[in-house]
Structures are given as structure tokens and as C-alpha cells.
Design a binder for this molecule. Sequence first.
Ligand code: PLP
Length: 402
Amino acid sequence: MPQSPGHPAGRGYLAIPGPSVMPEAVLNAMHRPAPNIYAGELPDMMPDLVADLKRVARTKGEVALYIANGHGVWEAALANVLAPGDRVLVPATGHFGTGWGGMAAALGAEVAVLDFGKSAPMDAARVAEALSSDKEHQIKAVLAVHVDTSTSVRNDIAALRSAMDATGHPALLMADCIASLGCDRFEMDAWGVDVMVTGSQKGLMVPPGMGFVFFNEKAAQVRAALPRVSSYWDWTTRAHPEDFYQYWNGTAPTQHIYGLRAALDMIHAEGMEAVWARHDLLARAIWAACETWVSEGPLRLNIANAAHRSRAVTALHLDAPLATRLRDWTEQRLGLTLGIGLGMVDRDDPAWHGHFRLGHMGHVNGHMIMGLLGGMEAGMKALEIPHGAGALSAAAAVIAEH
Ligand SMILES: *Cc1c(COP(=O)(O)O)cnc(C)c1O
């Protein structure tokens, strides 16, 4: 198997926030000749696959499947509920919130952004205020990113739902769970989410290329009332196909389906609660190390309050250009690839080289996280970046709780 760039020996670790590390079981399941797409095993796999996907999302609602990345399902979801001129509200907490809002604007929606900055969660009370002042109920949807991967903030979607309900406003609650699904607890039905989008390449541990739009009855009624929807993005037949062809509105992503089957088997064998607990433990180990390092030197966690941090990704800051130098060092010397900073500053701004992120989503365990943290500490030592002492034993103490 090819190594990471510049890596001399051993396994590399792509510790970026997606695409994530893929299990061997997923890779092996995909390594097969093209299957028949008209009859046999592949079509027969679909009912269970759909049911097991819904179990990950904790929904009894519908799911439409797409050959698409996250941006594709952003558009798919919007295309099914918005007509040009409709208003949407975007409580943004980073690059992906503004990105989804920008896509709605490009589809002709009137987008109002409530910007909560780059290092804090959204304030549900301010969203409620904006809805309350919309007396004529012109706002059709609230676009909320559960975990904004650029800032690593985690928003409280259940609290957002309660705040929306308290206003009596009928807007749909739409959630982007591309980074969070299969990592941070998410319960679509219990939390009252009307539409949820996710992709295959993060917590679901499959290569990029499949996207999923989950929707409930309320969202289905909004779709049914629209005068027209692009036939490719229309979720109706994808969620209720009469034959296998209609699940994907064309040729299915054949090998990906086998990969997803293997990944869902792993997730459900471990159990959703256990998957979330594992991500929580590993995230707390990372935070324990970072909180120790920050006691001396330039390292900073982007989200100060642990209660608002994602358990899938951690955004960090150093003084520019130290983040880029650290990423280069760990990749070239150790085969450990850390994530670039995203959405903090423009890429041509020299300060860009002060931001970076750790991906810890999906197929990760204690020794990988200890390796990630040990690699970062080795890099900081090699580059003479000052840092607090004892970070690795702080992380090990968390993992030892297990
Ligand atoms: C990764 C990600 C996206 C974009 O997904 P792509 O597959 O890169 O199009 C959108 N939103 C969030 C929260 C993400 O983490």
C-alpha cells in the first residue's frame, strides 16, 4: 500500500478532517469487479443499507441517496425545499455555514446570515429573535451546521429546535452533519431536525462520492408544494424507488455501496453509543494534551470552552508560519498529515500559516491518537516551538480511563 508523501516506512496517518482514515474492511469490500446493477446482490443489498443508514442518523424518516460530495447534498437538500425568492436564515459559525448559505443565494434564495464569528457556537435565542420578527413567516428554512469543520465548533441543534418551537415559526430546521455524523451524538427525530445532509467520507469512513439527504414528513410536504424541482436532485423517487436504478437516478456507485455496507456493519457492531463514547474519549485526550501545551508558548485551541467543541475535529492556532512548518515536519518525517487551517483568513494572507486542524473522525483509536499527539510534540521540539510539558501523560491519563 502506498505510504504518505515523504514517509520512509510504516503506516501513514492522514489526520485531516476528511477524507478520514478508511478501515481495511471497507477497502477490501470495495476491491471487486463491477457487479451487475440490474439484478442480484447489489439491488438486494439496498433495503438493509437504507435501514442501517437511518439507524446512524437516528431517524424513522426518509433518506435520498446521491452520487455527490457534501456540496452536492447541500444543493440537493435546498433544491427540494426552496423556490427562488424564498428566504432562509443562516446562523453561521464558520466557513461551512456561510458556504451553505452562499449556495442557497446562488439558487435564488434571499439569505440572511447571523454571524456568530469563528470561535463560538450559535446563540439559539438570537435565531429565535430573528424568526419572531418575521411575522409573515417568509423565512422558509434555518440552515444550521452541527459541527463546523473549519472552526471545530459544535452547535446545540436540540436547543436550536426548542428555541424555534418557542416562536411558533414554521421554518424548516435543516442540519449539516457532514463532519459530525458517526462522531458526535446526533439524533435526528428526537432533536426535531426536518432535513439533514451528510457525506460518506468523514465519520462514515467510506471514500468521498456518496451523499445522503434525510428528511421528515414536514419537509416532504414542503417539497410536494413546490411547483417544480430539478429532476436530478428531486428526492422523491430516490427515497421511494420503484427499481434499483431510481435510488441513484442513474448508475449506482457500485464499489462505494460495498464499502458503505462494510462501514455500517462496523458502526452497528460497535453500537452508536459506543461509537460516540469512543470519539468523546479520544477528543478529551486531544484536549487534555492541547490544554497542557498551551500553558507555555504560542499554541491556542480555537474553541476555548470544551462544551462547544466537536469530537471529530480540533482547530488550533500557532504563530504564522509555525503551523505550516509543523504540518510539513510531521508529514515529511513521520507520515503524519495534519489538516490545513480553513476559513480563518484568506489563503494568500501570511497569517494563513498560523492555523491548522486535527481530524479525529471515524476509524480512530487510542494508539492512533497517542501517535498523533506524540508526533505533534516531536515536531514542536524539533522546530523549537515552546509548549507546556506533560501533554502526552495528560492524554494517556484520559485514555487510561477507558
Ligand atoms: C466536509 C464538509 C462539507 C463539504 O463536503 P465536501 O464533500 O467537501 O463537499 C460541508 N460541511 C461540513 C460541515 C463539512 O465538514
